[in-house]
Design a protein around this ligand. Structure first.
Ligand SMILES: [Zn+2]
Length: 64
């Protein structure tokens, strides 16, 4: 009997932590869609930044 070996998929997933760089983006009603690519390998991903729902926070008191 041989010990179970980790699958090649698991090994690839832990090879390195992807460093995502935004290649392009556009706004949709769902938020901002970003097309990202890893700078360390050829992996690509599409991210969605949800629209900001919190109201803006004032940095100063009202002037004038
Ligand atoms: Zn990568």
């Amino acid at each position: 009997m041989t010990a179970p070996r980790p699958s090649s998929l698991a090994v690839a997933a832990t090879a390195h932590e992807h460093a995502w760089r935004t290649e392009s983006m556009h706004l949709t009603s769902e938020g901002r869609v970003r097309y990202v690519r890893c700078t360390g390998c050829a992996a690509r991903r599409i991210d969605l930044d949800a629209p900001v729902t919190a109201p803006p926070t004032p940095l100063t008191r009202t002037l004038g």
